[in-house]
Design a protein around this ligand. Structure first.
Ligand code: AMP
Length: 116
């Protein structure tokens, strides 16, 4: 059984977060340390620690991350200019919180993707 992170507490509303969207499968909230004018995290409600743990039965929830990203990008008025979706995995990927999450970043030109 994977260990819960702070994100499980956010899903259950046990700690405060700026939740923008929640349904039976996913939750979206503003990142506490925004790296862009719009920086939102979209996460499956089910605890999946990393992308390495993804199973075929998770496909509905993981697909939902993208439709919610699309809706939130429209809501944030960043859809037309564009935005970036990032999912980090494990230490080399820069993952800090071990509950799969998609970063939605936009509101300014983000420049080239960092490769180092
Ligand atoms: P990652 O490095 O991909 O694991 O990203 C984790 C993200 O979670 C970072 O951008 C953090 O700023 C963000 N974060 C950590 N704790 C919270 C929290 N309590 N509320 C909102 N965002 C958080």
């Amino acid at each position: 059984m994977a260990e819960e992170t702070i994100f499980s507490k956010i899903i259950r509303k046990e700690i405060p977060a700026d939740i923008l969207y929640q349904d039976d499968l996913v939750t979206a909230f503003r990142d506490i340390t925004p790296r862009a004018p719009s920086h939102i995290l979209i996460i499956p409600n089910k605890l999946i620690p990393t992308i390495n743990d993804v199973e075929e039965s998770d496909e509905l929830a993981l697909g939902r991350l993208f439709t919610v990203a699309r809706k939130l990008a429209e809501q944030e008025n960043i859809a037309e200019d564009g935005y970036r979706l990032i999912v980090n995995c494990n230490s080399h990927g820069g993952q800090e919180v071990y509950h799969v999450h998609m970063h939605l970043l936009g509101g300014k030109p983000l420049g080239p993707l960092l490769m180092d």
